[in-house]
Design a protein around this ligand. Structure first.
Ligand code: KIV
Length: 273
C-alpha cells in the first residue's frame, strides 16, 4: 500500500515549514529512532521526523526521558538521517545537555549537528533557556521549541497531567511561545495543553506550532511512531490514535515462526542451500 502522495518531493526545510503555515497546509511529524523505521516513515510522506528523547522510553525501556545521553541521541539520529530523503530531521537535545549554561548547550548542539547530520534541534523550555536558544541560533542551527508538558521536567511537575489549565501557567506559556518565536525558533511543539490555548498560541506566533495532545488548532501534529503503530502497550492517553496493531501482528508472526521451527517446517527445502 502506498503512503500519502506528496505533491512536492524536495527535501523539507525549515523555510518550507513556514510556507506550509502561511498556506494553511498542516504539517505531519512522527518520531523515529532507527534506520528501517525512518525509511518507511519518510517514504510514507511524513513532513518531519523527530528523533525524540522518547527513545529513552521506547527503545531503552526507561521510565523517563532523563537517562538518554548525547552520544545515544547521536547514534539514533545518524541512523535516521541515513534513511531519510525528504523529511526534515529534528533531533532532541537530551536532558542535561543544554540546561547548565549557554556555552555547554552550544557545544553540545554543534557536536550533535556535526556527528548526526540532522537538520535541526529541539529543546524543552521557555525563558529559562532563552540565552542558550539564542546562542544555538546564532551558530546557524535551527531550533524547535517545546512547551507545555516537557517530559525532561517530569520530576518537577510530578505528573503527566494536562499542563497550563490555570491562568497563570497559560499566561506563562503564551509569553514563552512569543519569546521563542521572536528569538527565531522555526517551530514550537505544544504538548498536552488545552486545545483552546494551543489554538491561541498558533494564531499569535509567526512560526508553526506542532501539537501532541493539543487539539487540532495547531499548525501540525506529532506522535510517537511506536505508539501510533500499536507496538507499545499500556500507554493510552486520550490524544493517542492507534493506526495499526503491530504488537498483535508481530506477536502472531513470531508465534508462527516458533511453531514452524519446533515442527521442523522451517526452513524447508526451497529455503535451504
Ligand atoms: O521525545 C519525543 O518523542 C517528543 C514528542 C513527544 C514531541 O518530544
Amino acid at each position: 500500500m502506498a503512503g500519502y502522495l506528496v505533491s512536492d518531493t524536495r527535501k523539507v526545510t525549515t523555510h518550507r515549514f513556514l510556507e506550509m503555515k502561511q498556506k494553511g497546509e498542516k504539517i505531519s511529524m512522527l518520531t523515529s529512532y532507527d534506520f528501517t523505521t525512518a525509511g518507511i516513515v519518510d517514504k510514507a510522506g511524513v513532513d518531519a521526523i523527530l528523533v525524540g528523547d522518547s527513545a529513552s522510553n521506547v527503545m531503552a525501556g526507561n521510565v523517563t526521558t532523563l537517562p538518554i545521553t548525547v552520544e545515544q541521541m547521536i547514534y539514533h539520529a545518524s541512523s535516521v538521517v541515513r534513511a531519510v530523503q525528504r523529511a526534515l530531521v529534528v533531533c532532541d537535545m537530551p536532558f542535561g545537555s543544554y540546561q547548565i549554561d549557554r556555552h555547554e548547550g552550544l557545544k553540545n548542539a554543534v557536536h550533535i549537528m556535526k556527528r548526526s547530520g540532522c537538520d535541526a534541534l529541539k529543546l524543552e523550555g521557555g525563558i529559562e533557556i532563552i540565552e542558550t536558544v539564542k546562542g544555538i541560533l546564532d551558530a546557524g542551527i535551527p531550533v524547535m521549541g517545546h512547551l507545555g508538558l516537557t517530559p525532561q521536567s517530569i520530576n518537577k511537575f510530578g505528573t503527566y497531567a494536562v499542563r497550563a489549565q490555570e491562568d497563570e501557567e497559560a499566561e506563562k506559556l503564551l509569553a514563552d511561545a512569543a519569546l521563542l518565536d521572536e528569538t527565531g525558533c522555526f517551530a514550537i511543539v505544544l504538548e498536552k495543553v488545552p486545545a483552546a490555548l494551543a489554538k491561541k498560541v498558533s494564531e499569535t506566533v509567526k512560526c508553526p506550532t506542532i501539537g501532541i495532545g493539543a487539539g487540532n488548532g495547531t499548525d501540525g501534529q506529532v506522535l510517537v511512531v511506536d505508539d501510533m503503530l500499536g507496538k507499545t502497550q499500556g500507554f493510552s492517553p486520550k490524544f493517542l490514535r492507534r493506526y495499526a496493531d503491530l504488537n498483535a501482528v508481530m506477536t502472531d508472526a513470531i508465534g508462527q515462526y516458533v511453531t514452524d521451527v519446533k515442527n521442523i517446517d522451517f526452513p524447508n527445502e526451497s529455503e535451504s542451500y
